[in-house]
Design a binder for this molecule. Structure first.
Ligand SMILES: Nc1ncnc2c1ncn2[C@@H]1O[C@H](COP(=O)(O)OP(=O)(O)OP(=O)(O)O)[C@@H](O)[C@H]1O
Ligand SMILES: [Mg+2]
Length: 633
C-alpha cells in the first residue's frame, strides 16, 4: 500500500551546508581567491579611511607651518606644542596621489569581487540543481510512491529559489559587512587596545542572544509555514467547490473557517515580527554599552581628538550595521538550512546499475534478437520492506509468442510488467534471450522493450517529439506508423500536422488516441519485445480491435505480452498466463486451459454468459487447430 513519508528535517543542523556550497561553487582555490579579494577590498577600504584621517593631520600640520612662516618665525616656541608625527613629511599632492591609488585599488577589488561572486554563486546554484535533479531522475520508483509530486516540486521551487536568489545575496552581504565590522574593530583596537576586552564581553552577550533568536525564529518560521498551508488549501478548496458552497448556502460557515486559519497564520507572523524587534532591541542595548565604553575609555586615556572622532564615527556606524549583520547571519543560517534540504534529494540513492554494465561490457546493439523471456523464481516488491506482490513466478515465453496475461484486478499483472522493467528490486532471475537482465544497465534494458502502459503517457511537446523523442527517424517512417494506427487522417487534418502541440499529459487527445500514439511509437522503435497493458475500460471496441489487428500485423515476428481485461482480446493468443494474488496459476494455450473444467480461465469465461463463452471457446479452438497445422497466420 503506498504510504507517505513525513517530511523530515525541517530545520536541521547547518554545519555541512557551507562546505557543500563551497564545493559546488568551483575548485577550492576559487573560494580562497574569493575570500582573499573580499579581504583585500576591506583592507583597502580601511586603509582609505585611515589615510584620509592621516592626511587631515598633515594638512593641519602644513597649515600650522605656513602660519608660522607667515609670522616669520617670531613665535618659535609654539612649534614644540604641536604633537608631530615622524611620518608627517608628505605634501598635499603626494597624499592625494596615495588616496587616489588606494581608491582605485579598492574599486578594482570591489568590481572583481562582485563579478567573481556572481560567477561562483551561479556555478554553485547550477551544480546544486543538477545534482538534485539527476539524483531524483535516477532514484528508485519507491521514492515517487512515498513523496507527492507537490512536495517534490515544492522542494525544487522553494528551496532552490532560496539557494539561487537569497543565499548568494546573503553570502555577499554578510561577508562584506562582516569584514567591514572586523576592519572597524581592528581600527578601534589600534587606537585603543583596551577596547578588546569590551568587544569580547559584547561578543559573548550578542552571540548568546543570537543563539536564542535563531532557535526561536526557526521554530516560528516552521509554525508560520505550517499554518500557511491550510489558508491556501482552504481558498483552493472553496474555489473548486464554489457551486456546492452556494448550493448549500455555506458561505458564512466557510468565511468563519477562513478567518480561523487566517488568525492562526497571522498570529505566527506577528510573533516573528515581535521576535525580530526584540532581537533588534537587545543588540541595540549591547551596542549602546559598547559605545559608552569606547567613548569613556578614549576620554580617560586622553587620546587625540582626531582619533576619538574616528573611533566614535566608526562605532556609531557599526551599531546599526551590527544589528543588520546579526539578522543577515540568521537569514543566512536559514538559507543554509534550505540548502541542506536540497542535499537530502541530491543524496538519494540511485537505482542500481543505471548506466554501465556491472560486468564492464555492455550488451550487443541487437539484443534481444530472439525475444525469449524466462522468469525464474521471480519475486517482486515495490518497497524494500513491503509485501511481495509477485511470488516465485516461473514461466518461459518462447521467441515470437503472443502471450495474454489475465487475472482479477490487483492480481499483479501490471506488477509483472514492472518487474520486467526492473522498476523496483527483483528477487530471482529474469532472463531475456538467456541473458540475466540484472547485469544489463537499466537504461539499455528499458530502451530495448517497448511498452504501451495502462495509462498511456504523452509529454507536452510536439506530436513528432512524442513518437520519436530522440529525432532518430525520418518523417516518412513516422507517417507510415501513424497510418498503421489509423491516425494519419486525423493528424494530417490538423493545422500543424505532426508539429501539433500535445498539452501536458496528452490532455488534448482521447485515451484511445493516446494509446494509438504509444503504439505508433512502439512501431517505429520496432523492439523485439512489446508489452501492452490494456486500458480497455477507456478504449472502445473498435479502437481495441484496431490495436489488436495492428499488433498482429506489425509485430508478427516479435514477442508480445498483452495484459488484457477483455478476455476476447487474448483468446487467440499462443498462451494465456492467468495471474492470481501474485502467482501464475495457469499458463498454456487457451484451448487447453478451457478443457480443464475446474481451471481458473474456465471459471472466468463461464462468468461472461453462455453466448460469449461459446464464442471464446470457438476462437480458442480455431486458433489451436490453426497452430497445430502450422499456419496460424
Ligand atoms: N506502486 C505501488 N506500490 C506499492 N504497491 C503497489 C503499487 N502498485 C501496485 N501495488 C500493489 O500490487 C498489487 C498488484 O497490483 P497490480 O497493479 O499489479 O494489479 P493488476 O493486476 O495490474 O490490476 P489491474 O487489473 O487493476 O490493473 C496490488 O495489491 C497493489 O496494491
Ligand atoms: Mg494493472
Amino acid at each position: 500500500k503506498p504510504f507517505m513519508e513525513p517530511e523530515h528535517k525541517m530545520f536541521g543542523s547547518i554545519r555541512s551546508a557551507p562546505w557543500i556550497y563551497i564545493k559546488s561553487g568551483g575548485p577550492f582555490w576559487l573560494a580562497i581567491l574569493l575570500l582573499f579579494i573580499y579581504m583585500s577590498t576591506q583592507i583597502s577600504g580601511s586603509f582609505y579611511d585611515f589615510w584620509l584621517n592621516h592626511w587631515m593631520k598633515i594638512e593641519d600640520y602644513l597649515w600650522y607651518i605656513k602660519a608660522i612662516g607667515d609670522q616669520g618665525g617670531r613665535n618659535n616656541s609654539e612649534h614644540s606644542t604641536m604633537t608631530l608625527h615622524p611620518q608627517m613629511d608628505g605634501t598635499t599632492e603626494s597624499c592625494l596621489v596615495i588616496l587616489g591609488v588606494v581608491l582605485l585599488v579598492m574599486l578594482t577589488f570591489a568590481v572583481v569581487q562582485v563579478f567573481l561572486t556572481a560567477h561562483f554563486c551561479t556555478r554553485a546554484s547550477r551544480a546544486i540543481h543538477d545534482k538534485m535533479f539527476n539524483a531524483v531522475l535516477r532514484t528508485s520508483m519507491s521514492f515517487f510512491n512515498n513523496n507527492t509530486s507537490g512536495r517534490i516540486l515544492n522542494r525544487f521551487s522553494q528551496e532552490l529559489s532560496t539557494v539561487d536568489d537569497l543565499l548568494s545575496e546573503l553570502l555577499l552581504e554578510s561577508l562584506v559587512i562582516g569584514l567591514y565590522l572586523l576592519g572597524t574593530m581592528v581600527m578601534v583596537v589600534i587606537v585603543n587596545p583596551f577596547i578588546i576586552a569590551i568587544i569580547a564581553v559584547c561578543a559573548v552577550v550578542i552571540l548568546t542572544v543570537k543563539t536564542f533568536y535563531v532557535r526561536s525564529s526557526a521554530q516560528l518560521k516552521k509554525l508560520e509555514s505550517a499554518s500557511r498551508s491550510p489558508v491556501i488549501a482552504h481558498v483552493n478548496q472553496t474555489l473548486t467547490g464554489l457551486t456546492t458552497v452556494r448550493a448549500f448556502n455555506a458561505q458564512n460557515f466557510l468565511t468563519a473557517e477562513f478567518h480561523k486559519h487566517q488568525d492562526h497564520n497571522a498570529g505566527a507572523q506577528f510573533l516573528i515580527i515581535g521576535l525580530t524587534r526584540t532581537f533588534g532591541f537587545w543588540v541595540e542595548c549591547v551596542n549602546l554599552i559598547y559605545l559608552c565604553a569606547v567613548v569613556a575609555s578614549l576620554l580617560i586615556l586622553n587620546t587625540g581628538a582626531a582619533n576619538v572622532g574616528l573611533a566614535i564615527t566608526q562605532v556609531v556606524s557599526m551599531s546599526t550595521l551590527l544589528q543588520f549583520y546579526m539578522r543577515l547571519i540568521v537569514d543566512l543560517e536559514n538559507a543554509f538550512t534550505s540548502l541542506e534540504r536540497t542535499t537530502e534529494y541530491s543524496n538519494l540513492s540511485s537505482e542500481v546499475n543505471w548506466q554501465a554494465n556491472s560486468t564492464g561490457n555492455e550488451i550487443g546493439y541487437n539484443w534481444p534478437e530472439e525475444g525469449k523471456i524466462n522468469f525464474v523464481d521471480v519475486s517482486f516488491r515495490y518497497q524494500k520492506n513491503g509485501p511481495k506482490v509477485l511470488e516465485n513466478l516461473n514461466f518461459s515465453v518462447l521467441p515470437r509468442e503472443k502471450i495474454g496475461i489475465v487475472g482479477r484486478t490487483g492480481a499483479g499483472k501490471s506488477s509483472l510488467i514492472s518487474a520486467l522493467f526492473r522498476m523496483a528490486e527483483v528477487e530471482g532471475r529474469i532472463e531475456i534471450d538467456d541473458v540475466d537482465t540484472s547485469i544489463i544497465s537499466l537504461h539499455t534494458l528499458r530502451s530495448r522493450i517497448s511498452i504501451i502502459p495502462q495509462d498511456p503517457i504523452l509529454f507536452s511537446g510536439s506530436l513528432r517529439k512524442n513518437i520519436d523523442p530522440f529525432d532518430e527517424y525520418t518523417d516518412d517512417k513516422l507517417w507510415t506508423a501513424l497510418e498503421e494506427v489509423e491516425l494519419k487522417e486525423v493528424i494530417s487534418n490538423l493545422p500543424n500536422g505532426m508539429e501539433t502541440e500535445i498539452s501536458e499529459g496528452g490532455g488534448n487527445l482521447s485515451v484511445g488516441q493516446k494509446q494509438l500514439v504509444c503504439l505508433a511509437r512502439a512501431i517505429v522503435r520496432n523492439n523485439k519485445i512489446l508489452v501492452l497493458d490494456e486500458a480497455t475500460a477507456n478504449v472502445d471496441h473498435e479502437t481495441d480491435a484496431l490495436i489488436q489487428k495492428t499488433i498482429r500485423n506489425k509485430f508478427r515476428d516479435n514477442t508480445v505480452l498483452t495484459v488484457a481485461h477483455r478476455l476476447i482480446t487474448v483468446m487467440d493468443s499462443d498462451k494465456i498466463l492467468v495471474m492470481s494474488n501474485g502467482n501464475a496459476v495457469e499458463f498454456d494455450h487457451p484451448h487447453i486451459l478451457l478443457q480443464n473444467e475446474i481451471g481458473h480461465l474456465n471459471g472466468m469465461v463461464a462468468k461472461c454468459g453462455k453466448i460469449t463463452e461459446n464464442a471464446f471457446r470457438i476462437t480458442a479452438e480455431e486458433n489451436y487447430n490453426m497452430r497445430k497445422h502450422g499456419d496460424r497466420r
